[in-house]
Design a binder for this molecule. Structure first.
Ligand code: UDP
Length: 186
């Protein structure tokens, strides 16, 4: 579990993006840890050394404190998503969006084209297609720099984790309902 400040964390994400490194961020709320107790696959991805778990909400910060782990502050997934769009724009990187309803995806892409014109949209697929593994096969060919998956916890994390080892680079993050908010739909 990441314990430092949000500012330092975001700076490290930007650094990894600029160096074309690979990173898997799990923005964990209490539900995520409960799924980790119930599902072996979720436990494995949370405990993997290569996963960066951040406290998405005060529940995790307080829960960690109870077991003697000091976490400086919470870092909501939407803040990570928004900053990633900004960094991607500044560094002229590419992004792939998977998740949410088609009208949300359309509104999100329109917003990104207007607000982050130097960020290339490598692809955008709604989260209600049957074969999401096939979408990931497409993502592997496109090699985008940022991959945001908005299917809700833990489906988004399980999908990313299943395919992660096939990628050499990319900032992967499950962003829950962030597309709905960022697109202005919600
Ligand atoms: N979603 C999706 N496909 C599904 C189920 C959900 O794309 O089969 C999307 C849904 O449209 C929403 C997001 O996943 O945009 C889940 O948001 P929610 O706020 O429920 O997730 P949380 O942030 O609580 O994990």
């Amino acid at each position: 579990l990441y314990k430092g400040s949000a500012k330092d964390f975001l700076a490290s994400v930007r650094d990894k993006l600029s160096k074309n490194e690979k990173m898997f961020i799990v923005t964990a709320n209490p539900e995520a840890f409960i799924y980790g107790q119930q599902q072996q696959e979720v436990e494995a991805l949370l405990l993997d050394e290569a996963t960066t778990v951040v406290a998405d909400g005060i529940g995790i910060v307080k829960g960690a404190k109870k077991i003697g782990v000091e976490v400086e502050e919470r870092l909501p997934g939407i803040d990570i998503a928004e900053n990633l769009l900004q960094y991607g724009n500044e560094l002229e990187k590419s992004v792939f969006f998977l998740g949410a309803k088609q009208d949300v995806i359309d509104a999100l892409c329109a917003m990104v084209e207007e607000k982050y014109p130097s960020l290339k949209i490598a692809g955008a697929v709604n989260g209600y297609v049957d074969d999401k593994d096939a979408v990931f096969e497409e993502i592997k060919k496109l090699k985008p720099d940022i991959i945001m998956v908005a299917l809700g916890i833990p489906a988004q994390e399980k999908l990313i984790y299943k395919h992660l080892s096939d990628f050499e680079k990319g900032i992967f993050v499950g962003v829950g309902g962030s597309f709905d908010v960022l697109s202005g739909t919600k």
